[in-house]
Design a protein around this ligand. Structure first.
Ligand code: TXA
Ligand code: MG
Length: 348
């Protein structure tokens, strides 16, 4: 299949591009589009065949439900049972934005979308292209991240092109995503709201609106409540080690590990903060990728997946990633790095 790619204005999307994309969605086809978090691979959420195609194209496990994207609250209400006061407060505070609410679903949501669960994850993305597309299509759009399963989520149009060209009819390329990590998935079906996946909206911000919010901590005998969290997502091909500790110690350890890896003729990639980069340059790793300043964790979030993808493209064998503070968006960054490392974490 030939894949079209429209370069589209992210602030003021060209109506002709939106129209063409909306027609595809209404006809049961797939369209990749930007959101403020990562790119999504969209289909009409009310069309089970179209949604089944998403799983096929991505190579996605069947038990992993899709997030449904809406453009306004009217579009959402028929999809869920008992739109609660808590949900209303979240929507008012954070939508459009990087927050997915898991709520009890109605029969309108196909089982393909919810992967057999009786809940559905819904969000209103904060991106003019995404909102215009949903509005024009006139249906809610189911969309997982627009990567092949197992690869890091795409944060620009090039990532989507590399993963999905010849598999889908259209990519709306609106450039780089603002946030760079996926939405926070918040389960509102229980008594206490529970974060199933940390993301763009932090626990601190949620607690200001909701009071106590818990975090899902899967353990050996208890699988994660978001089925997608059990997979080793965000995984580069190289082996990733996450280093946590004081800067001096982390720098010393990274230096030692570069030497060790080079002795074994491995190609080394370092993902680190701006503050650490100049100390590591002289160690000559094959790739030194600056994630951003530790003072500006949003910068780190927005470049993280680009860094992981570059490691793959350059055939890096050993990836050494510097941990960041767990505050705010740092919690989501560390969650993704921990997963990418397959829990290869060194506390130094
Ligand atoms: O920022 C995002 O959320 C992006 C953009 C495109 O919106 N989407 C995204 O989708 O990251 P995906 O499919 O890559 O990740 C969705 C996550 C998975 O971990 C899935 O298991 C979880 O949300 N999820 C979806 N519906 C759920 C439900 N009803 N109950 C529990 N977890 C759910
Ligand atoms: Mg994903």
């Amino acid at each position: 299949m030939e894949t079209k790619r429209f370069y589209i204005n992210s602030q003021d999307p060209e109506p002709k591009y939106i129209e063409e994309a909306a027609v595809l969605i209404r006809n049961g086809q797939l369209v990749a589009f930007p959101t403020e978090t990562v790119y999504g691979l969209g289909a009409n959420a009310l069309n089970p065949q179209a949604c089944a195609e998403i799983f096929k194209v991505k190579g996605r496990p069947q038990d992993n439900p899709l997030i449904v994207h809406v453009a306004n609250l009217d579009m959402m209400k028929p999809l869920v049972n008992g739109w609660s006061e808590r949900a209303e407060r979240c929507a008012r505070a954070f939508w459009p934005g990087p927050l997915t609410l898991v709520l009890s679903k109605t029969g309108i949501i196909p089982d393909t979308v919810s992967a057999g669960l009786d809940s559905v994850g819904i969000r209103m993305p904060n991106n003019p292209i995404a909102l215009a597309l949903i509005e024009k299509a006139g249906v809610p759009i189911a969309a997982p991240s627009a990567n092949l399963s197992g690869k890091p989520s795409p944060t620009n149009g090039i990532h989507v092109w590399k993963d999905l060209k010849e598999r889908i009819p259209l990519i709306l390329d609106g450039g780089v995503c603002d946030v760079g990590v996926e939405s926070t998935v918040l389960d509102l079906t229980g008594e206490i709201p529970c974060i199933l996946r940390p993301g763009g909206v932090t626990r601190e911000k949620l607690e200001e609106v909701l009071g106590k919010v818990s975090i899902d901590h899967p353990s050996g005998d208890q699988p994660p409540k978001a089925p997608g969290m059990k997979y080793r997502h965000y995984a580069p091909k190289g082996e990733l080690f996450l280093l946590i500790g004081e800067r001096e110690k982390v720098l010393t350890r990274i230096t030692e590990e570069i030497l060790k890896a080079h002795r074994r003729l491995k190609k080394v990639g370092v993902l680190c903060t701006l503050e650490s980069a100049s100390h590591l340059h002289s160690q000559r790793p094959e790739l030194l990728f600056v994630l951003g300043s530790e003072e500006r964790p949003e910068e780190v979030a927005s470049s993280l997946y680009e860094g992981l993808r570059l490691c793959d493209e350059q055939g890096i064998d050993t990836i050494l990633a510097e941990g960041v503070s767990q505050n705010g968006i740092g919690f989501a960054i560390m969650n993704r790095l921990e997963k990418a490392s397959g829990h290869n974490i060194w506390y130094v």
